[in-house]
Design a protein around this ligand. Structure first.
Ligand code: ADP
Length: 161
């Protein structure tokens, strides 16, 4: 199977310009990228699934090369269902490496066809995370160049800024 399509899985709670940077880089390699939002009932999110999907759908509505979807359970089962074998993940710092390495090897163990491709973001976003964005807004700050306009608006609504 050729790697025309790839899945970029994540929480996207919320989408940041770092994620967008990785998607744009991914589209230089793949014809289509499916941004797949993880539904994890164990995890507490600031934005519920509908909101996370709404943000992604709104942001990528004009790009037919980007599909927005969600999944529950094992990533490899989702990949199987989609008949896609390539996973894209972003690598920011050494701190990402251990977790990502473990996850890539575990996915390969469960499903040997799966390959994980790591893309490195622009240095501008190499320190950026959804968690950090939420913390900054929660404390009354804003970082406009780091998130799409809709995310900025929604974060301000959530924290009544
Ligand atoms: P997860 O909970 O699966 O880590 P995230 O939404 O936080 O979900 O991240 C999804 C993917 O995007 C991960 O591979 C993560 O390393 C990557 N990522 C997140 N923020 C950035 C960023 N600023 N630059 C590059 N990659 C990023």
């Amino acid at each position: 199977m050729t790697n025309k399509n790839a899945v970029y899985p994540g929480s996207y709670d919320p989408l940041t310009n770092g994620h967008i940077d990785i998607i744009e880089r991914g589209l230089r390699i793949f014809e289509k990228i499916t941004v797949a939002v993880l539904k994890n009932p164990q995890k507490k999110y600031l934005f519920d699934l509908e909101e996370r999907l709404e943000i992604l759908n709104h942001t990528f509505k004009n790009n037919p090369k980007i599909e927005v979807d969600c999944f529950e359970g094992l990533l490899v089962d989702y990949l199987n269902k989609k008949e896609i074998t390539t996973v894209v993940r972003g690598l920011r710092a050494i701190s990402d490496f251990e977790v990502e390495f473990q996850m890539a090897l575990m996915n390969r163990r469960i499903s040997p066809d799966v390959e994980t491709i790591f893309l490195v973001p622009s240095v501008n976003y190499s320190f950026l995370s959804s968690r950090l964005v939420k913390e900054i807004y929660q404390l009354g700050g804003e970082i406009r160049q780091m998130v799409p306009e809709l995310v900025d608006r929604k974060l301000k609504e959530k924290y009544r800024l």
